[in-house]
Design a protein around this ligand. Structure first.
Ligand code: GLP
Length: 242
């Protein structure tokens, strides 16, 4: 695991965007695994700026997203499809039909999750997976549990995740209680992984992820076993690392 310590959120975003830009430049028809949350927003802004400067071309890129709330339609402003359109896809020349987010409107979990796994396989796997980190160590919506889930699956969100995400909804009651998420195996099969971590409130969990034992109680700790992971953390998040 490589840890790149950066000054602040903007510096983190620029350095994560460097890695993604390098991927798209070296392999224009690459498959990007993308994430939502506040952590990657700056990275997406940076990528949009590079596209506007003429430095990046997304016309051959395919993207697959980590997760989606079950029950939310892509037009719902808290759906992850909406987030991706709003924060990246609408501002670059990626072909919308080549952007894949789990289908939150599909009530049949097996169908929705099977379809997402089939897409990942069909596009030839993920070249670079971008991740954020939940306060409890979750990646995507792989919450702490007693095993590492494999493929895309339906999860019950934990209280702490509902609590953390309620700021985006009118109230905690409005936060969906379930989500479809890629599993740990989907993530671990990505050829390269970049994790963006920002803020003092992530310092304790980042220390566990990087220096603690590999355990499904801290889902992101499994990244220690992946051969090509770069954690890009700002100073506040990295403050407790040895
Ligand atoms: C959400 C998402 C994750 C994200 C995490 C951290 O629950 N499902 O993919 O990484 O929370 O979010 P943030 O970056 O806003 O701290």
């Amino acid at each position: 695991m490589k840890v790149v310590k950066t000054k602040d959120y903007d510096d983190m975003s620029r350095k994560a965007a460097n890695l993604i830009a390098a991927q798209v430049t070296m392999k224009p028809d690459c498959v990007l695994g993308l994430a939502t949350g506040s952590s990657p927003i700056g990275t997406y802004k940076d990528l949009i700026a590079r596209y506007n400067n003429g430095d990046l071309d997304f016309s051959k890129v395919t993207s697959v997203n980590l997760d989606e709330y079950k029950g939310l339609d892509g037009s719902h402003d808290q759906s992850y499809r909406y987030f991706m359109n709003h924060n990246l896809f609408d501002h670059v020349n990626i072909r919308k039909e080549c952007t894949f987010v789990p289908d939150g409107t599909e009530p049949d979990a097996d169908k929705a999750c099977g379809a997402h796994d089939a897409i990942i396989e069909k596009v030839g796997g993920i070249d670079l997976q971008l991740l954020g980190l939940g306060h409890n160590g979750h990646i995507g919506f792989n919450e702490p549990t007693d095993h590492f889930p494999t493929g895309t699956h339906c999860v019950d969100l934990t209280e702490s995740t509902i609590e953390a995400n309620k700021r985006f909804f009118a109230s905690a009651d409005d936060v969906p209680k379930q989500a479809y998420t890629m599993g740990i195996q989907n993530i671990m099969l990505a050829r390269k992984i970049v994790v963006v971590v920002s803020g003092a409130d992530k310092a304790d969990i980042l220390k566990k992820v990087v220096e603690g034992p590999v355990t499904p109680q801290v889902p992101a700790s499994i990244l220690q076993l992946h051969p090509d992971v770069t954690i890009v953390a700002d100073a506040a998040a990295a403050a407790k690392l040895d």
